[in-house]
Design a protein. Structure first.
Length: 90
């Protein structure tokens, strides 16, 4: 499989097989790498102070600025694999 196919498979694995008990940091890392791989650098304004969840997601994604889409895809694939191993999922 190519990188895009591997990325899509990892995204499906993350949705279907990772436990709901992931930490907020783990969820934010998944989110940020996924967004960077699909959209590139963050292209939205930072949410307001009364949206802490939106601000956390924005900050995580914005922290990946400059990371190429292909590199983000590979990092996402590797991160999903590490989470599967850490949480004992198949």
């Amino acid at each position: 499989m190519g990188l895009k196919e591997d990325f899509d498979a990892a995204a499906k694995e993350a949705t279907d097989n990772l436990p709901n008990t992931l930490s907020n940091d783990e969820k934010l890392e998944l989110y940020a790498l996924f967004k960077q791989a699909n959209e590139g650098d963050c292209n939205t304004a930072q949410p307001g102070i009364f949206d802490p969840k939106g601000r956390a997601k924005w900050s995580a994604w914005n922290g990946k600025k400059g990371l190429g889409k292909e590199e983000a895809m590979q990092k996402y694939i590797d991160y999903v694999a590490s989470l599967k191993a850490k949480h004992g999922t198949k």
